[in-house]
Design a protein around this ligand. Sequence first.
Ligand code: M6R
Length: 612
Amino acid sequence: MCGIVAYVGDRTAYPILIKGLQRLEYRGYDSAGIALFNGEGARVYKCKGKVKDLQALVRDKEVGGSIGMGHTRWATHGEPSDANAHPHASMHGTFHVVHNGIIENHVHLRSELARRGYAFRSETDTEVLANLIEDVYREQGVSAELAVRLALTRVVGAYGLVILCEDEPGRLIAARKGSPLVIGVGEGEYFLASDAMPIIEYTDRVIYMNDEEVAVITPDALDLKDLYNDVKTPEIKTIKLSIENVDKGEFAHFMLKEIHEQPFSVTDTFRGRVAAGGDKIVLGGILDVMPRLVEARRVIIVACGTSWHAALVGEYLFEKYARVPVEVEYASEFRYRDPIVDEGDLVIAISQSGETADTLAAIRRVKGTGATRLGICNVAGSSVSRETDAGVYTRAGIEIGVASTKAFTSQITVLAMMAFLLGSKRRTLPADEYRELVTGLTRVPEMIAGVLEQEAKIKEIAHLYKDAPNALFLGRGILFPVALEGALKLKEISYIHAEGYPAAEMKHGPIALVDERMPVFALATSDHLYEKTAGNIQEVKARGGKVIAIATRGNEEIRGLADQVIEIPPCHEALSPLLAVIPLQLFAYHVAVARGCNVDQPRNLAKSVTVE
Ligand code: M6R
């Protein structure tokens, strides 16, 4: 989604902003812009398209100045266009604004400002905000900072903002509510960004702004207040990300790199948390709330997209091993319901980014109910991790490909550890089975590596089906969520319509679609539901469908049933999602490449969905 980068210091801002915008490209965007200040007024360059289009636009233009702000826009209000790209100036040109988020009462504010003589050049809510700040500034004769604070008290919605006032050059004003903003602290310079990516090559010292905070930043000082003028003390944290983490290395795409990282990312997820002998799991982030978890009467998991699929796997694991009822909710629905939640409940938010607006809202929805709120996040210091009572980081490492891959397997790894641990503490999981599961988990990385070795074969299969108009993914039990995830991966990056279904549901509708042009993935590993799934494969074959089976090595029968077979090693049924998803990720990747799609930045998608 939209990205912000800004700089104040004594270096030339332009290269820092351009590099920063490139680092933010992974978030998804449709236009880009910068504003540069050299003490004599702002120069603003912006256009529809990519950062390279912006670079072409500014070629041969003046790009001096040691203060600046940049933005990548993911359209919400108004189509992608030069006029709607950020930065936006106020009508009299006093203020320049870049903004992430949505101003919900922009229609009302726009008509009020129009009545007061303001004109607008764009369709954006951001320009409304720029004019609102200018109106307060001119009418009340206050400082730029106070004008920003007063204007923001009238705003309903979410914002991460960087603002420059032409009357007060040499400083930037930043504000946050609901949309993240990170300040990088250098020596005589500060960096601002919507996430740490543009900052990490300059400093590892960062301040995560909190909601309703406003910062006034000069090269030498940072003053932090809340909207109501109370002084706040900035908390400087050290981040561990390094620039090597954000490089594609030998891989053609970040997505492919991240798929191949999974033997290591899953290991990182359980490293130091699982004892070698398989008899102990320690999750430091939830130790303090463990008695409440053990006593929980119900688990509610809220999430979106791929994280929601991981939650469904979690449902199977928690119910089977910890014998606690689980409800998995779309965060976007849960937040607007009137859910019945009390102190007996454990509410878990799963989010790779930790910034997904709906997931964050869902966790806020249950604040004050007495329920224990946990976060399972990948990004340290993210909003979900800060707004929950406790949690477990997935430690998958930075995920740049918009299509989530390694985050999914790490989320499942965390959910498995939690389910096994709770099962053991609640005495619903016998000690020998607990040991077997934990030991099995530690062997998963080498098994994933084995599945990855079949990439050439999976690529061939992808080429066979790359022109299919539709695809169906079938699974049962704990592999049903994997079917959903396989379909999501394919549609996200190849734009082929794909659906995931519980295998038995197929005959209640989707079977009507089956013909010789429709590839049907059947997740048919040798588990207690194998015979049932094999029956569903026969139903597809009887109607001329093409079946690609994901099956357990050693199953010879399946070769007579399916058109293609991709094998995964034998493993405990509970852990099979961690292996079965790998061929589906690779299949989606190779289909997308064969179709010439932009794998890492698929159309219309954003990495972190910070608006609802
Ligand atoms: O950062 P989150 O895990 O909260 O993101 C949730 C979804 O937006 C995300 O999983 C999305 O569905 C991905 N594009 C899936 O590949």
